[in-house]
Design a binder for this molecule. Structure first.
Ligand SMILES: Cc1ncc(COP(=O)(O)O)c(C=O)c1O
Length: 446
């Protein structure tokens, strides 16, 4: 591509980005406005906007993203169809790719033993439990999974939900309310933010991984609130770095706050035996009030869980709307996650292999001059491109070379933080990683 072409594309990208910022702002304002006026008898929104989906700022946002791809002549990297099991490699359009776009971290989602357990559960219980557990009753496999997770976390009990995202939303939304404060890391997952918003509690954020800022914030405002919840993640899914958990538990004790740790990406990944951030940082399980995890990553299934003390789990099991008013976890998914958990305990060498591959990726990428941000080199390594256009172009160039990786761009991250995000699995081979980094370094030099 000539220099003139490149400059024209950058100008078009900048113009579209400004439009996107405007409609994103309008979409947010409309959502905030709707929340603020909910229940009010008089609303000021125009009838037109409510009668037509096309007129909604949200739809304008979707249209602009599509238009951006067309103007910049970059094929959309989204909604690609995988034709079989996706792990370290995958088949898309009859071609095999090295795959970095999913978080089957220890390879259990395509493990024969895990698949056999899921199939056996279908044979015994069918494909769905077809009702809420409290109302219509349980299946032994659901309780077995919860018991095994509670034992893994050394907590009294555990409760499983049908979605990881919904777990954060419903748990935070149900436990906290007006008069409470929720403080989260600035890079917290959307589900944490949504849960905090739903709760009606005051919501504040502290700079990423900055426990000093959190400490100072709590010193200023702790006294103004009844219950305070601090939410952090075990391994951050965009940056691949992790918090100093020992600092956060010390703050928890000193300020008398609840601490919740979302282990979506650290479960089975951090710590010598995959016990997560507490093993990595040498912190006893009892120093954290809510251990949250998802079954969709290491655990080869789908759903989320909370492990903690009995009163907490009793409250959630009886009152969390996302549990009470939602169907119970499908038997096949519970069985798959239970089998994956047993396999994780029996095969810590998978955790060691994942770490080796993550470190290899990080070190080779750094040596090639690529910007890997603050990644610690475990399951997530970003390569920061600093422009959405470049992220899309690099991802498409890699795709042409048989490598599938997801670009992350504005508005998911700030424009200057646009990136490719590599999910590393224990099943990636060393040669695949070297080939990927070499291809990427070549593309980056173009
Ligand atoms: C930190 C974090 N929490 C929660 C979730 C939601 O989990 P799920 O995709 O299993 O619904 C994700 C999703 O990737 C996540 O990254």
């Amino acid at each position: 591509m000539g220099m003139g072409d490149q400059i024209r594309k950058q100008l078009a990208a900048a113009a579209l980005k400004r439009q996107l910022e405007r409609v994103s702002g309008e979409a947010q304002a409309q959502l905030d406005g709707a929340a603020a006026t909910r229940g009010a008898s008089r609303q000021t929104a125009s009838w037109d906007a409510r009668a037509s989906f096309e007129a909604m700022p949200l739809y304008q946002q979707v249209k602009l993203l599509k238009q951006m791809g067309e103007t910049l002549q970059v094929a959309s990297p989204f909604f690609r169809v995988h034709e079989g099991m996706a792990g370290a490699t995958t088949t898309i359009g009859a071609r095999e790719y090295i795959n970095y776009a999913n978080y089957n971290y220890l390879g259990f989602a395509s493990d024969p033993g895990v698949m056999a357990s899921a199939q056996a559960a279908i044979g015994r219980y069918g494909t769905s439990v077809s009702a809420s557990r409290m109302v219509a009753g349980e299946r032994p496999i659901q309780r077995e999974l919860e018991r095994a997770l509670a034992d893994f976390y050394e907590t009294d009990d555990c409760v499983a939900f049908v979605s990881g995202h919904a777990t954060n939303v419903t748990v935070i939304g149900a436990l906290f309310g007006h008069g409470d404060l929720i403080v989260h890391d600035a890079l917290a997952h959307n589900s944490i933010v949504q849960g905090a918003q739903l709760s009606g509690a005051k919501r504040l954020a502290f700079a990423h991984n900055d426990w000093r800022e959190l400490d100072a914030l709590l010193a200023r405002v702790r006294g103004e609130y009844r219950n305070v919840l601090v939410v952090i993640e075990g391994l951050y899914s965009m940056d691949g770095d992790y918090p100093e958990l020992e600092r956060f538990v010390e703050i928890r004790r000193r300020h008398g706050v609840f601490l919740m740790v979302d282990e979506a990406h650290s479960f089975g990944v951090l710590g010598e035996t995959g016990r997560g951030i507490r093993e990595q940082c040498g912190v006893p399980s009892s120093e954290v009030d809510l251990w949250m995890g998802t079954m969709s990553k290491t655990l080869a299934g789908c759903g989320g869980f909370i492990a903690g003390c009995q009163p907490l789990i009793d409250m959630l099991r009886h009152l969390a709307p996302g549990f009470l008013y939602s169907v119970g976890l499908a038997p096949a998914l519970a069985a798959a996650s239970l089998a994956a958990l047993e396999a994780l305990k029996a095969q810590p060498e998978r955790v060691a292999m994942l770490k080796a591959r993550g470190q290899q990726f990080l070190h080779e990428a750094r040596a090639a001059g690529l910007d890997t941000g603050t990644s610690a080199g475990y399951a997530v390594v970003p390569v920061i491109t600093r422009s959405s256009l470049k992220a899309a172009q690099w991802a498409n160039a890699l795709f042409d070379e048989g490598i599938n990786v997801q670009p992350i761009f504005y508005p998911a991250v700030e424009e200057r933080a646009a990136r490719l995000r590599f999910f590393i699995c224990s099943t990636h081979e060393s040669g695949q990683i070297t080939r990927t980094v070499m291809a990427l370094a070549r593309i980056a030099r173009r």
